[in-house]
Structure formats: C-alpha cells, structure tokens
Design a binder for this molecule. Structure first.
Ligand code: PAZ
Length: 323
C-alpha cells in the first residue's frame, strides 16, 4: 500500500466525517419540494431565461442540536438573524436574487422595523368585522408588505427555513449543487451561526431523556467543516464569504485569517459579539478593511456599506473569471 502524505490524511478523514454526517442524518421531510423550488428559482434567474441575475445564498440565524430523536430538548445559540435579514434587503436592492436560508422564527427581511409582535401591535379592531392598521405603524407595515411582495413577485427572493443542524447542512448542500450551474455569478454569504458540536443521530436517545438517572453524561462530536467541501466540491466557482464571530477581540482577526486560508474563502467577515451591529472587519487575501455603521444617518446599519463592498468584490471576481 502507498504511504499517505500528510495533506491527504486529514482530507480523507474530513470526507469520511462528512459522509457519515449525511448518511446518518434524518432525511429532509420536504427534500423534493425544496429541490423543485430551487430549480425553478435558479431557472428564472439564469442567462437562458433572459434575466441572468446574480444569485446569492444568504444563511441566517442559528442551528439547533437536538438531544433526543423525538426532540424535547436541544442546544441553541444567540443568533437573531438580523444580519442575514438586513443583508438580504441590501442584496436585493443591489440587483441580486436571494435564496434566504433562515432559522424558523428569526428576523425576516423587510420586517426589521416592525415590533416583536406585529399582528397584535400593528393592527386594531374597529368592530367585530373590521380590523385596520394602527396609525403609528402604518408606514412601517405598508413598506414591509410592499417591499416583500415586490421581491417575491419579481422572483428575487426564495425563503427556505431550517431548525436543526441536520436540516441546515442538507439544504445548504442542495442549494450549492443547484447554484453550480451559475458559475462565478453565484455567491454564498454564510452569516448563520452553525453549531460546532452535535449528537450523531444514531447515538441519540430516541425518547425524552429522564432526569431521575443523575448527572447527564453526553458525548458531542465535532460537526464536520463543510466550508472546504462547499468551496472545493459543491460549488467550486462561486464567490464565498463566511463569517467569524468571537467574544475575545484579541483572537478574532487571527481566527478570521486562518478561516480564509483553511477553507479557501474569498472573504471572511470578522465580528465581535457586542459590537457586531456597529462594525465588522472584512478579511481578504489582499488585506483587512474595517466597515462601520454610518452613525450620522438614522436607521443606518453596518450591512449597507458591508454589502456595497462585497458586491464590488464579487464584480471584480466575475470579471477576473471571464478573462
Ligand atoms: O444573527 P445576528 O444578527 O444576531 O448575528 C450575526 C452573527 C454574529 C451570527 C454573524 O455575523 C456571524 O458572525 N455568523 C457566524 C458565526 C460563527 O459561526 O462564527
């Protein structure tokens, strides 16, 4: 048998982990339906349809890790989905068609200026058969409905929900493989907070874990790093942006730089938990760029200059790929 060189060994191990993750994951309940929606959406935006739009997959919100197969308890994370929702709005404005892969129940595009409980807070009952929008929310409701409606009606927004890490990675794979046909016009904007550890389906308790049996001793294994396989196998010509979140500013940029190299990303957006809505740093192979929210404008968010910068980089990437 040939000796394995050092770079092959970890790659083989990674592919084995990925295969066993997908082989043992519970199948998607609506897999064929998702594939159909994706094919229609991408077809509507392809060059042959006369449109030839750029298409971006925005991932948003956090994945859960179920602890039981008939899930009562799960591990979750902080992500609100605000970054993904805001970025989607700016990407649509910039002319992209967006596949919004989002965690159920998190922030949605065009709804950011609505209160937490919009149905109850934005509407009032005049009498038994008459409900109307409250004056104080009418502008926000009108804008949310018309902008969302326009994006969907023009075929610029496809929303696909996930809850668990199993659903997220399976749908991401379907999207990536479908976007392959668009070559460099496709972009991935991976802002979701993806679990690092999970309980493999086959070693998970089927029923609710009982509390009477003393301390819970559970083994979580590492979620295989899908970014490199996305870049190398699923959609090798797409423009890929991933995010890196840390709470310790001293290690943030170093970790973002490592992710850039290790996974072959075109850019890594580094952010800190507490300042993530004010500033981010875009790390690329040619340097680092700080991006700030414009505090002189009311309602401005950091996603606006961030998307402007990334769209510019994507344009340069497309141009370089077609030479
Ligand atoms: O969803 P949100 O707006 O509350 O937060 C956005 C974010 C911090 C999850 C995102 O910017 C990010 O860094 N995602 C990747 C997290 C990580 O796995 O490192």
């Amino acid at each position: 048998m040939d000796a394995m060189n050092n770079s092959e060994a970890p790659k083989e191990a990674l592919y084995t982990d990925i295969k066993s993750f997908f082989d043992s994951a519970p199948p998607l309940t609506h897999g064929p339906d998702i594939s159909r929606k994706l094919n229609e959406f991408i077809g509507r935006n392809s060059v042959s349809s006369g449109k030839g739009n750029r298409v971006v997959c925005v991932t948003s919100g956090g994945t859960t890790v179920p602890l039981e197969q008939r899930c009562v308890r799960y591990i979750d994370n902080f992500s609100s989905g605000h970054r993904g929702a805001a970025s989607t709005e700016y990407l649509v404005k910039a002319g992209y068609s967006v596949i919004f892969l989002y965690r159920r129940g998190t922030c949605q595009p065009y709804c950011r200026s609505l209160p937490d409980n919009p149905l109850l807070e934005c509407f009032e009952s005049i009498n038994e058969s008459n409900i109307q929008v409250c004056q104080s929310h009418s502008e926000a409701v009108r804008r949310a409905i018309s902008e969302h409606h326009a994006a969907v009606a023009e075929g610029l927004l496809l929303k696909l929900p996930f809850t668990t890490i199993f659903e997220y990675l399976q749908i991401l794979q379907l999207i990536a493989i479908s976007l392959r046909s668009l070559g460099p016009s496709a972009m991935f904007y991976l802002a979701a907070a993806v679990s690092d550890f999970y309980v493999p389906w086959e070693s998970m308790a089927e029923h609710k874990i009982q509390s009477g049996s003393g301390p819970l001793d559970m083994r979580l294994v590492q979620v295989p790093k899908m970014l490199s396989v996305l870049r190398k196998e699923w959609a090798p010509t797409a423009f890929c942006i991933s995010f890196k979140l840390e709470t310790d500013s001293k290690i943030l940029l170093e970790k973002a730089g490592m992710a850039l190299k290790k996974y072959g990303m075109h850019a890594v957006v580094a952010n800190e938990l507490l300042t993530r809505k004010e500033e981010v740093v875009v790390v690329t192979s040619s340097g680092m760029i700080s991006v700030h929210r414009d505090n002189t404008q009311s309602g401005a968010d950091v996603e606006r200059p961030l998307i402007e910068l990334l769209v510019e980089r994507h344009s340069a990437y497309i141009e370089a790929s077609t030479i």
